[in-house]
Design a protein around this ligand. Sequence first.
Ligand code: GDP
Ligand code: IMO
Ligand code: MG
Length: 421
Amino acid sequence: MKRLVVVGTQWGDEGKGKITDFLAQEADVVCRYQGGNNAGHTVIIDGVKHSLHLLPSGILNPNILNVMANGMVINPEAFYQEISQFNDFKLVISDRAHVVLPYHLEYDKASEHQKGDQKIGTTHKGIGPAYRDKASRVGMRVSTFVHPTRMKEKLLSLIEDANRELYGMGLGNLDFQSIYQNYQKYADFMRPYVADTSIVLNDMIKEDKKILFEGAQGVLLCLDHGTYPYVTSSSPTAASVPLNTGIAPWLVEGAVGVTKAYTTRVGSGPMPSEIHSSLADDIRIKGKEFGTTTGRPRRIGWIDTVILNHSKRVSGLTGIAMTLLDVLSGVDTLNICVSYTLDGKEIHSIPADIQDFERCTPNYITMPGWHEDITGVKHFDELPLNCKNYMEKIESLIDTKIVMFSVGPDRHQTIMKERVF
Ligand code: GDP
Ligand code: IMO
Ligand code: MG
Protein backbone atom coordinates (compact mmCIF):
# COMPACT_ATOMS: atom_id res chain seq x y z
CA MET A 1 0.00 0.00 0.00
CA LYS A 2 1.24 3.44 -0.88
CA ARG A 3 -1.40 5.54 0.88
CA LEU A 4 -2.38 4.41 4.33
CA VAL A 5 -4.43 6.09 7.06
CA VAL A 6 -3.57 5.68 10.75
CA VAL A 7 -6.87 5.92 12.64
CA GLY A 8 -7.61 5.78 16.38
CA THR A 9 -10.37 3.19 16.94
CA GLN A 10 -11.39 4.18 20.47
CA TRP A 11 -11.55 7.53 22.30
CA GLY A 12 -8.08 8.74 21.33
CA ASP A 13 -4.61 8.17 22.80
CA GLU A 14 -4.34 4.70 21.30
CA GLY A 15 -0.71 5.27 20.32
CA LYS A 16 -1.26 6.79 16.86
CA GLY A 17 1.88 8.91 17.20
CA LYS A 18 4.00 5.88 17.97
CA ILE A 19 2.55 3.79 15.13
CA THR A 20 2.80 6.67 12.65
CA ASP A 21 6.42 7.31 13.60
CA PHE A 22 7.20 3.61 13.19
CA LEU A 23 5.53 3.30 9.78
CA ALA A 24 7.00 6.65 8.74
CA GLN A 25 10.41 5.01 8.52
CA GLU A 26 9.11 3.75 5.15
CA ALA A 27 7.19 6.91 4.16
CA ASP A 28 7.92 9.92 1.97
CA VAL A 29 5.09 12.03 3.40
CA VAL A 30 3.17 12.20 6.71
CA CYS A 31 -0.02 14.25 6.65
CA ARG A 32 -2.24 15.34 9.57
CA TYR A 33 -5.77 15.83 8.21
CA GLN A 34 -7.97 17.11 11.08
CA GLY A 35 -8.06 18.44 14.62
CA GLY A 36 -5.60 20.82 16.17
CA ASN A 37 -3.57 20.98 19.33
CA ASN A 38 -6.25 19.11 21.23
CA ALA A 39 -4.21 16.11 20.06
CA GLY A 40 -1.18 14.87 21.94
CA HIS A 41 0.89 12.26 20.12
CA THR A 42 3.84 10.72 21.92
CA VAL A 43 6.85 9.50 20.00
CA ILE A 44 9.75 7.94 21.90
CA ILE A 45 12.96 7.23 20.06
CA ASP A 46 15.88 5.68 21.96
CA GLY A 47 14.37 6.78 25.25
CA VAL A 48 13.88 10.43 24.18
CA LYS A 49 10.25 11.51 24.42
CA HIS A 50 8.58 13.95 22.03
CA SER A 51 5.02 15.20 22.55
CA LEU A 52 3.49 16.40 19.30
CA HIS A 53 0.24 18.34 19.20
CA LEU A 54 -0.05 20.02 15.82
CA LEU A 55 2.92 18.65 13.95
CA PRO A 56 2.67 15.36 12.05
CA SER A 57 4.67 12.53 13.61
CA GLY A 58 7.07 12.48 10.64
CA ILE A 59 8.62 15.73 11.87
CA LEU A 60 11.44 13.85 13.61
CA ASN A 61 12.68 12.49 10.30
CA PRO A 62 14.39 15.19 8.18
CA ASN A 63 13.76 13.27 4.95
CA ILE A 64 9.99 13.18 5.31
CA LEU A 65 7.69 15.87 4.00
CA ASN A 66 5.17 16.76 6.71
CA VAL A 67 1.82 18.17 5.66
CA MET A 68 -0.73 19.97 7.83
CA ALA A 69 -3.80 19.70 5.62
CA ASN A 70 -6.90 21.84 5.08
CA GLY A 71 -9.01 19.94 7.64
CA MET A 72 -6.89 21.13 10.55
CA VAL A 73 -7.45 24.10 12.85
CA ILE A 74 -4.13 25.69 13.76
CA ASN A 75 -3.34 27.82 16.78
CA PRO A 76 -0.49 30.03 15.49
CA GLU A 77 1.06 30.55 18.92
CA ALA A 78 1.02 26.81 19.65
CA PHE A 79 2.49 26.17 16.21
CA TYR A 80 5.28 28.67 16.82
CA GLN A 81 6.14 27.08 20.14
CA GLU A 82 6.03 23.52 18.87
CA ILE A 83 8.02 23.97 15.68
CA SER A 84 10.70 25.97 17.51
CA GLN A 85 11.85 22.72 19.14
CA PHE A 86 12.99 21.35 15.77
CA ASN A 87 15.53 22.60 13.29
CA ASP A 88 15.85 19.99 10.55
CA PHE A 89 12.49 19.17 8.97
CA LYS A 90 10.32 19.56 5.87
CA LEU A 91 6.82 21.01 6.37
CA VAL A 92 3.97 22.52 4.40
CA ILE A 93 0.78 24.00 5.84
CA SER A 94 -2.49 24.23 3.92
CA ASP A 95 -3.59 27.71 2.90
CA ARG A 96 -7.15 26.44 3.53
CA ALA A 97 -6.67 25.26 7.10
CA HIS A 98 -8.39 27.45 9.70
CA VAL A 99 -6.77 29.54 12.39
CA VAL A 100 -7.59 29.24 16.09
CA LEU A 101 -7.89 32.70 17.60
CA PRO A 102 -7.69 33.73 21.28
CA TYR A 103 -11.45 34.15 21.61
CA HIS A 104 -11.99 30.53 20.55
CA LEU A 105 -10.21 29.47 23.73
CA GLU A 106 -12.33 31.87 25.78
CA TYR A 107 -15.57 30.50 24.30
CA ASP A 108 -14.43 26.94 24.81
CA LYS A 109 -13.79 27.50 28.52
CA ALA A 110 -16.93 29.58 29.02
CA SER A 111 -19.23 27.13 27.26
CA GLU A 112 -17.80 24.23 29.26
CA HIS A 113 -18.33 26.23 32.45
CA GLN A 114 -21.94 27.00 31.48
CA LYS A 115 -22.66 23.33 30.82
CA GLY A 116 -21.73 22.42 34.42
CA ASP A 117 -22.30 18.69 34.99
CA GLN A 118 -23.09 18.24 31.30
CA LYS A 119 -19.69 19.51 30.18
CA ILE A 120 -17.90 17.62 27.43
CA GLY A 121 -14.55 17.82 29.17
CA THR A 122 -12.84 19.48 26.21
CA THR A 123 -9.14 20.21 26.11
CA HIS A 124 -9.94 23.99 26.30
CA LYS A 125 -7.88 24.54 23.15
CA GLY A 126 -10.67 26.35 21.31
CA ILE A 127 -11.21 23.53 18.82
CA GLY A 128 -15.04 23.45 18.83
CA PRO A 129 -15.39 27.24 18.48
CA ALA A 130 -12.80 27.33 15.66
CA TYR A 131 -14.71 24.68 13.69
CA ARG A 132 -17.94 26.52 14.52
CA ASP A 133 -16.55 29.66 12.83
CA LYS A 134 -15.49 27.55 9.85
CA ALA A 135 -18.98 26.02 9.51
CA SER A 136 -20.58 29.45 10.01
CA ARG A 137 -18.41 30.78 7.17
CA VAL A 138 -16.80 33.50 9.23
CA GLY A 139 -13.52 31.81 10.21
CA MET A 140 -10.06 32.89 9.17
CA ARG A 141 -8.20 30.69 6.73
CA VAL A 142 -4.41 30.44 6.84
CA SER A 143 -4.33 32.20 3.44
CA THR A 144 -5.88 35.31 5.03
CA PHE A 145 -3.82 34.95 8.18
CA VAL A 146 -0.51 35.15 6.33
CA HIS A 147 -1.67 37.80 3.85
CA PRO A 148 0.39 40.98 4.31
CA THR A 149 -2.65 43.30 4.45
CA ARG A 150 -5.88 41.29 4.74
CA MET A 151 -5.30 39.74 8.13
CA LYS A 152 -5.68 43.00 10.08
CA GLU A 153 -9.16 43.83 8.78
CA LYS A 154 -10.43 40.28 9.22
CA LEU A 155 -9.01 39.99 12.73
CA LEU A 156 -10.54 43.32 13.74
CA SER A 157 -14.00 42.32 12.58
CA LEU A 158 -13.76 38.91 14.26
CA ILE A 159 -12.59 40.39 17.54
CA GLU A 160 -15.30 43.06 17.52
CA ASP A 161 -17.93 40.34 17.02
CA ALA A 162 -16.30 38.15 19.64
CA ASN A 163 -16.21 40.97 22.18
CA ARG A 164 -19.93 41.54 21.72
CA GLU A 165 -20.58 37.85 22.33
CA LEU A 166 -18.17 37.64 25.26
CA TYR A 167 -19.84 40.71 26.78
CA GLY A 168 -23.19 38.93 26.52
CA MET A 169 -21.66 36.02 28.42
CA GLY A 170 -20.45 38.37 31.15
CA LEU A 171 -16.83 38.01 30.11
CA GLY A 172 -14.13 40.64 29.57
CA ASN A 173 -12.92 42.37 26.43
CA LEU A 174 -10.13 41.14 24.16
CA ASP A 175 -7.60 43.78 23.19
CA PHE A 176 -7.29 43.89 19.41
CA GLN A 177 -3.95 45.73 19.29
CA SER A 178 -2.03 43.30 21.46
CA ILE A 179 -3.50 40.27 19.68
CA TYR A 180 -2.72 41.81 16.30
CA GLN A 181 0.89 42.52 17.24
CA ASN A 182 1.45 38.96 18.38
CA TYR A 183 -0.40 37.42 15.48
CA GLN A 184 1.58 39.47 12.95
CA LYS A 185 4.73 37.92 14.38
CA TYR A 186 3.23 34.41 14.12
CA ALA A 187 1.98 35.09 10.58
CA ASP A 188 5.46 36.16 9.45
CA PHE A 189 6.79 32.99 10.96
CA MET A 190 4.20 30.71 9.33
CA ARG A 191 4.17 32.31 5.85
CA PRO A 192 7.11 30.40 4.32
CA TYR A 193 5.45 27.07 5.04
CA VAL A 194 2.07 27.87 3.48
CA ALA A 195 1.02 26.18 0.24
CA ASP A 196 -1.93 24.59 -1.54
CA THR A 197 -1.34 21.19 0.07
CA SER A 198 -3.90 19.47 -2.16
CA ILE A 199 -1.60 20.22 -5.08
CA VAL A 200 1.46 19.14 -3.08
CA LEU A 201 -0.16 15.81 -2.13
CA ASN A 202 -1.48 15.10 -5.61
CA ASP A 203 1.96 15.82 -7.08
CA MET A 204 3.45 13.37 -4.59
CA ILE A 205 0.89 10.76 -5.61
CA LYS A 206 1.81 11.26 -9.30
CA GLU A 207 5.43 10.64 -8.32
CA ASP A 208 4.34 7.38 -6.65
CA LYS A 209 5.48 8.54 -3.20
CA LYS A 210 4.37 6.75 -0.04
CA ILE A 211 2.00 8.77 2.11
CA LEU A 212 0.80 8.16 5.66
CA PHE A 213 -2.28 10.06 6.81
CA GLU A 214 -2.18 10.53 10.58
CA GLY A 215 -5.52 10.90 12.32
CA ALA A 216 -5.95 12.70 15.60
CA GLN A 217 -8.47 11.65 18.29
CA GLY A 218 -10.38 8.41 17.62
CA VAL A 219 -13.50 7.21 15.81
CA LEU A 220 -15.59 7.41 19.00
CA LEU A 221 -14.74 11.13 19.15
CA CYS A 222 -15.86 11.68 15.53
CA LEU A 223 -18.43 14.43 15.11
CA ASP A 224 -20.58 12.12 12.95
CA HIS A 225 -19.78 8.59 14.05
CA GLY A 226 -18.74 9.18 17.65
CA THR A 227 -20.62 9.29 20.94
CA TYR A 228 -22.25 12.67 20.21
CA PRO A 229 -22.28 15.13 21.92
CA TYR A 230 -19.24 13.85 23.82
CA VAL A 231 -17.03 14.16 20.76
CA THR A 232 -14.60 16.53 19.15
CA SER A 233 -15.59 18.84 16.28
CA SER A 234 -13.94 17.07 13.36
CA SER A 235 -13.87 13.60 11.86
CA PRO A 236 -10.89 11.32 12.48
CA THR A 237 -12.19 8.47 10.28
CA ALA A 238 -10.48 7.31 7.10
CA ALA A 239 -13.41 8.77 5.15
CA SER A 240 -12.35 12.20 6.36
CA VAL A 241 -9.03 12.01 4.51
CA PRO A 242 -10.13 12.88 0.96
CA LEU A 243 -12.23 15.87 2.02
CA ASN A 244 -9.74 17.16 4.51
CA THR A 245 -6.67 16.83 2.29
CA GLY A 246 -7.98 17.36 -1.23
CA ILE A 247 -7.22 13.96 -2.74
CA ALA A 248 -9.65 11.59 -4.46
CA PRO A 249 -11.42 9.09 -2.16
CA TRP A 250 -10.26 6.10 -4.20
CA LEU A 251 -6.62 7.03 -3.66
CA VAL A 252 -6.82 5.97 -0.01
CA GLU A 253 -5.72 2.34 -0.06
CA GLY A 254 -6.14 1.17 3.51
CA ALA A 255 -6.57 2.10 7.15
CA VAL A 256 -4.70 0.78 10.16
CA GLY A 257 -6.83 1.05 13.28
CA VAL A 258 -4.68 1.76 16.31
CA THR A 259 -6.23 -0.04 19.28
CA LYS A 260 -5.16 -0.22 22.88
CA ALA A 261 -5.18 -3.68 24.42
CA TYR A 262 -7.72 -2.11 26.79
CA THR A 263 -9.73 1.15 26.53
CA THR A 264 -9.16 4.68 27.81
CA ARG A 265 -11.10 7.88 27.66
CA VAL A 266 -10.44 11.44 28.83
CA GLY A 267 -13.33 13.83 29.21
CA SER A 268 -16.96 13.07 29.92
CA GLY A 269 -19.42 10.69 28.34
CA PRO A 270 -20.48 7.07 28.63
CA MET A 271 -17.90 4.27 28.51
CA PRO A 272 -19.72 0.96 29.10
CA SER A 273 -16.62 -1.14 29.79
CA GLU A 274 -15.12 1.31 32.30
CA ILE A 275 -13.35 -0.38 35.23
CA HIS A 276 -14.31 1.03 38.61
CA SER A 277 -12.06 -1.08 40.85
CA SER A 278 -8.46 -0.43 41.95
CA LEU A 279 -7.34 -2.32 38.84
CA ALA A 280 -8.07 0.89 36.89
CA ASP A 281 -5.52 2.73 39.07
CA ASP A 282 -2.96 -0.04 38.57
CA ILE A 283 -3.39 0.10 34.78
CA ARG A 284 -3.36 3.92 34.80
CA ILE A 285 -0.06 3.98 36.65
CA LYS A 286 1.60 1.18 34.70
CA GLY A 287 0.42 2.55 31.33
CA LYS A 288 1.16 6.18 32.34
CA GLU A 289 -2.41 6.96 31.39
CA PHE A 290 -2.42 10.72 31.88
CA GLY A 291 -3.35 13.06 29.00
CA THR A 292 -0.45 14.19 26.79
CA THR A 293 -2.19 17.54 26.22
CA THR A 294 -3.96 18.26 29.51
CA GLY A 295 -2.32 15.89 32.01
CA ARG A 296 -5.77 14.65 33.08
CA PRO A 297 -5.97 11.07 34.39
CA ARG A 298 -7.50 8.85 31.70
CA ARG A 299 -10.49 6.68 32.53
CA ILE A 300 -9.68 2.97 32.09
CA GLY A 301 -11.85 0.18 30.72
CA TRP A 302 -11.73 -3.31 29.22
CA ILE A 303 -11.35 -3.69 25.50
CA ASP A 304 -14.75 -3.33 23.83
CA THR A 305 -15.35 -5.12 20.54
CA VAL A 306 -18.72 -3.42 19.98
CA ILE A 307 -16.73 -0.22 19.67
CA LEU A 308 -14.04 -1.84 17.54
CA ASN A 309 -16.61 -3.30 15.15
CA HIS A 310 -18.24 0.13 14.88
CA SER A 311 -14.87 1.76 14.09
CA LYS A 312 -14.06 -0.97 11.61
CA ARG A 313 -17.37 -0.44 9.80
CA VAL A 314 -17.37 3.36 9.62
CA SER A 315 -13.67 3.65 8.88
CA GLY A 316 -13.06 0.59 6.71
CA LEU A 317 -10.16 -0.74 8.76
CA THR A 318 -7.89 -3.08 6.84
CA GLY A 319 -5.77 -4.05 9.85
CA ILE A 320 -5.24 -3.39 13.55
CA ALA A 321 -2.16 -2.10 15.35
CA MET A 322 -2.54 -3.26 18.94
CA THR A 323 -0.66 -1.18 21.49
CA LEU A 324 0.09 -1.27 25.23
CA LEU A 325 -0.13 -5.06 25.46
CA ASP A 326 2.72 -4.99 27.99
CA VAL A 327 0.52 -3.04 30.42
CA LEU A 328 -1.83 -6.04 30.78
CA SER A 329 0.97 -8.39 31.97
CA GLY A 330 0.08 -9.47 35.49
CA VAL A 331 -3.70 -9.10 35.22
CA ASP A 332 -5.09 -12.53 36.16
CA THR A 333 -8.30 -12.47 34.15
CA LEU A 334 -9.05 -10.25 31.17
CA ASN A 335 -12.55 -9.18 30.22
CA ILE A 336 -13.55 -8.52 26.63
CA CYS A 337 -16.81 -6.64 26.10
CA VAL A 338 -18.67 -8.38 23.25
CA SER A 339 -22.14 -6.84 23.43
CA TYR A 340 -24.34 -4.57 25.53
CA THR A 341 -27.67 -5.06 27.20
CA LEU A 342 -30.21 -2.29 26.70
CA ASP A 343 -33.75 -2.59 28.04
CA GLY A 344 -33.28 -6.33 28.55
CA LYS A 345 -32.14 -6.94 24.96
CA GLU A 346 -28.64 -7.87 23.82
CA ILE A 347 -27.32 -5.43 21.22
CA HIS A 348 -24.14 -5.43 19.14
CA SER A 349 -24.05 -1.82 17.99
CA ILE A 350 -23.78 1.62 19.57
CA PRO A 351 -27.14 3.39 19.98
CA ALA A 352 -27.20 6.86 18.40
CA ASP A 353 -28.93 8.46 21.36
CA ILE A 354 -26.47 9.25 24.11
CA GLN A 355 -29.04 8.58 26.83
CA ASP A 356 -29.53 5.06 25.48
CA PHE A 357 -25.78 4.55 25.28
CA GLU A 358 -25.51 5.67 28.91
CA ARG A 359 -27.96 2.92 29.88
CA CYS A 360 -26.05 0.15 28.07
CA THR A 361 -24.47 -2.42 30.35
CA PRO A 362 -21.54 -4.48 29.07
CA ASN A 363 -21.54 -8.24 28.47
CA TYR A 364 -18.13 -9.82 28.84
CA ILE A 365 -16.32 -12.97 27.95
CA THR A 366 -13.23 -13.68 30.03
CA MET A 367 -9.79 -14.89 29.05
CA PRO A 368 -6.92 -15.96 31.29
CA GLY A 369 -4.20 -13.31 31.48
CA TRP A 370 -0.40 -13.73 31.42
CA HIS A 371 2.25 -12.79 33.92
CA GLU A 372 5.42 -12.68 31.85
CA ASP A 373 7.19 -9.40 31.10
CA ILE A 374 6.77 -9.01 27.34
CA THR A 375 8.56 -5.69 26.87
CA GLY A 376 11.56 -7.36 25.19
CA VAL A 377 9.53 -9.50 22.76
CA LYS A 378 10.64 -9.17 19.13
CA HIS A 379 8.31 -11.63 17.42
CA PHE A 380 4.69 -12.76 17.79
CA ASP A 381 5.83 -16.34 18.48
CA GLU A 382 7.73 -15.19 21.58
CA LEU A 383 4.55 -13.93 23.29
CA PRO A 384 3.04 -16.01 26.12
CA LEU A 385 0.31 -18.36 24.92
CA ASN A 386 -2.43 -16.49 26.81
CA CYS A 387 -1.37 -13.21 25.20
CA LYS A 388 -1.49 -14.78 21.73
CA ASN A 389 -4.90 -16.26 22.56
CA TYR A 390 -6.17 -12.85 23.72
CA MET A 391 -5.04 -11.21 20.48
CA GLU A 392 -6.45 -13.99 18.32
CA LYS A 393 -9.79 -13.84 20.14
CA ILE A 394 -10.06 -10.12 19.42
CA GLU A 395 -9.11 -10.71 15.78
CA SER A 396 -11.92 -13.23 15.46
CA LEU A 397 -14.45 -11.01 17.27
CA ILE A 398 -13.82 -8.12 14.88
CA ASP A 399 -12.87 -10.19 11.85
CA THR A 400 -9.79 -8.07 11.26
CA LYS A 401 -6.13 -9.04 11.55
CA ILE A 402 -3.71 -7.55 14.01
CA VAL A 403 -1.00 -6.55 11.56
CA MET A 404 1.34 -5.03 14.12
CA PHE A 405 1.56 -4.76 17.89
CA SER A 406 3.56 -2.96 20.50
CA VAL A 407 5.00 -4.03 23.83
CA GLY A 408 6.43 -0.75 25.15
CA PRO A 409 6.51 2.96 24.37
CA ASP A 410 9.78 3.06 22.42
CA ARG A 411 9.96 2.90 18.63
CA HIS A 412 11.90 -0.39 18.76
CA GLN A 413 9.14 -2.02 20.84
CA THR A 414 6.86 -2.21 17.80
CA ILE A 415 6.55 -5.50 15.96
CA MET A 416 5.22 -6.00 12.44
CA LYS A 417 3.22 -9.18 11.88
CA GLU A 418 2.30 -8.38 8.33
CA ARG A 419 3.74 -5.78 6.03
CA VAL A 420 1.06 -3.12 5.45
CA PHE A 421 2.96 -0.19 3.99
P1 GDP B 1 -1.94 9.09 20.53
O1 GDP B 1 -2.63 10.34 20.92
O2 GDP B 1 -2.86 8.08 19.92
O3 GDP B 1 -0.71 9.32 19.72
O4 GDP B 1 -1.44 8.42 21.91
P2 GDP B 1 -0.74 9.18 23.14
O5 GDP B 1 0.67 9.43 22.79
O6 GDP B 1 -1.56 10.31 23.62
O7 GDP B 1 -0.88 8.07 24.26
C1 GDP B 1 -0.32 6.81 24.12
C2 GDP B 1 0.61 6.58 25.30
O8 GDP B 1 0.99 5.24 25.36
C3 GDP B 1 1.91 7.36 25.19
O9 GDP B 1 2.35 7.70 26.47
C4 GDP B 1 2.86 6.35 24.55
O10 GDP B 1 4.23 6.61 24.85
C5 GDP B 1 2.40 5.10 25.20
N1 GDP B 1 2.57 3.87 24.42
C6 GDP B 1 2.32 3.63 23.11
N2 GDP B 1 2.46 2.33 22.82
C7 GDP B 1 2.81 1.72 23.98
C8 GDP B 1 3.06 0.36 24.34
O11 GDP B 1 2.99 -0.56 23.54
N3 GDP B 1 3.34 0.14 25.67
C9 GDP B 1 3.42 1.12 26.59
N4 GDP B 1 3.72 0.80 27.84
N5 GDP B 1 3.19 2.41 26.28
C10 GDP B 1 2.88 2.70 24.99
P1 IMO C 1 -5.25 12.35 20.46
O1 IMO C 1 -4.99 12.75 19.03
C1 IMO C 1 -8.10 11.89 23.70
C2 IMO C 1 -11.47 14.66 23.76
C3 IMO C 1 -11.55 15.62 24.94
C4 IMO C 1 -13.05 15.76 25.05
C5 IMO C 1 -13.51 15.75 23.59
C6 IMO C 1 -13.71 17.13 23.00
O2 IMO C 1 -4.12 12.60 21.38
O3 IMO C 1 -5.80 10.97 20.53
P2 IMO C 1 -12.03 19.03 22.19
O4 IMO C 1 -10.96 19.78 22.92
O5 IMO C 1 -11.53 18.27 21.00
O6 IMO C 1 -13.22 19.88 21.85
O7 IMO C 1 -12.57 17.94 23.25
O8 IMO C 1 -12.50 15.07 22.88
N1 IMO C 1 -10.19 14.71 23.01
C7 IMO C 1 -9.25 13.76 23.09
N2 IMO C 1 -9.18 12.66 23.88
N3 IMO C 1 -7.14 12.14 22.78
C8 IMO C 1 -7.22 13.21 21.96
O9 IMO C 1 -6.38 13.40 20.93
C9 IMO C 1 -8.29 14.11 22.13
N4 IMO C 1 -8.66 15.26 21.53
C10 IMO C 1 -9.84 15.61 22.06
O10 IMO C 1 -10.98 15.06 26.10
O11 IMO C 1 -13.59 14.61 25.66
MG1 MG D 1 -2.95 11.51 22.60
